[in-house]
Design a protein. Sequence first.
Length: 243
Amino acid sequence: MAGHSKWKNIQRRKNAQDAKKGKIFMRHAKDIYTAAKQGGGDMALNPSLRLAVDKAKADNMPNDNIDRAIKKATGSLDGANFEELTYEGYGPGGVAVIVHVLTDNKNRTAADIRHAFKKNNGNLGENGSVSFMFDRKGYIVITDEQGEIDEDELTLEALEAGAEDIQVEEGTFEIFTDPANFPEVVDHLMESGYAIADSEITLIPQTTTTLSEEAATQMMNLIETLEDNEDVQDIYHNLEVTE
């Protein structure tokens, strides 16, 4: 799992300063909807929902919008019927790509995803065509910009809570868990006083693929095109990211 930071950074969405506020709120609403749909609408019992709401509030998303997204997910409010879908395929140079979407119009979304792959020298595959190359893991990030965290103490706390592995790089602690243990580890670390910078259930590539400069540029264009699609929630790939 070494080097996950660089891989993780490249698949994150664009900074909010480069997007319109309405688009940002829509993405947050979908994140909140997904978290509430999977783990329930009680933030005290759903750390993923709690984190999604915190991120939305950091971007000044109104509380009414947040509450509406939670109510839609839990069935207590009428609204658009979002459907979760997964697309798998290959980007330039055979890079494995998985795209998770949340959409109220799957025909529109399917056409958009297919076009993004074709435009950037990739192609969609059948379900299961690349997912076997990834491991599903809980992923937790704690940053230590001030150098105040005792690495041994945090490692012990994380492992005792049920974490499988911890990687440390330049003041960033990346903690990996079995998905089943993810909520308990997040809650334990928060209760122990650690500030969680990021946490999610994610897909980690088992191996990575190195591309030529030209193919890597095409791959980055594919990622950017997918990120610009409001229906896209997450993008996973096994591109080996270098300077």
